[in-house]
Design a protein around this ligand. Sequence first.
Ligand code: UD1
Length: 334
Amino acid sequence: MARKGKGRVLVTGVAGFIGSHMAEGLLERGYGVVGIDNLSTGEARNVPKGVRFVKGDVTRDADLARAFAGGLDGVFHIAGCASTIRSFDDPEADLRTNTLGTIRVVMRCVKARVPRLLYASSMTAYGFVDRLPVRAERAATRPVSYYGISKYAAERYALATGERTDLGFGFGVTAFRMFNVYGRRQSLTNPYQGVASIFIGNIQRREPVRIFGDGEQSRDFVHVSDVVDAWIRAFERPAARGRVFNLGSGRSVSINELVRTDIAAFGLDPKTYPIEHHPARPGDQRHMRADIGPARRVLGWRPRVPFRRGMADVIAWAREEAAAAARPRPKRRG
Ligand code: UD1
């Protein structure tokens, strides 16, 4: 049943890593959840029980109409092409999903007078930054990857629509510039998704780890449960309307450090484990660290999962996945 006491929320990208956790968090807090996903990178098994699932694409208006049917109190728009590298290989596909898909979602919200839209923007909106931590509402936005451009354009469409005075209803938009989100269900096999789980997948399969550039670039890793917490707080707080927040942990880790921690977490020796060095990737940001002050103040939020504990949990999950894959499948009864 999708309708529950607290209201009904549509999660786009519900079969993906972040979307599936978001749906779970909403259900746990008593919301009814509708989810849409085209299952291009997401997996049906990720969709939590209790979600009214619509298989569809956010770039197709007819699919969105099905997802919006019955009325909504809010939309959590997470669906997108989440790969900077892919955006260079196929900029049109990136633009279509990330920007056009968002325009379609925004326009559907307007048409259906949905009062709240939360949008998953990205720290790639900043491009190369000269000052850390990077401040969401002050730092310049000069994306250098095509992905960053399409995500930032979409962010502006969403926020600028929320600022329109001609709509005739209060449309509250909030955008989150997500830093490097990690956690269970992030792909262990897709080399185009987040580095935290790429490395864990590599080491678990005893494959060489690949480092692009000198490995001294750094990232701000934030656990997916902290991201879910921030989004739902924002949904419930009128003060979050019209705002853009960074979502990171406020700390950064270098890629070399990440490799060493992961190898050691598997009980292996970082000095002897095979590491390949490759040239830096195009549009690769150097150092990133979020100023999370506004999210703390406005949302009353703080990240709760320390990096080592969060990574240990991903490794435990990766082991469970490997064990499940190795188990003989039970025979179906006739
Ligand atoms: C990532 C996401 C992006 C998201 C952003 C903010 C990907 C591809 N990118 O960008 O969608 O919007 O965070 O949350 O998921 N690296 C290696 N070896 C590898 C893989 C990566 O050295 O095998 C390096 C990369 O060159 C980069 C760093 O690790 O310097 C982080 O890479 P990654 O997690 O892929 O992407 P981001 O660019 O941080």
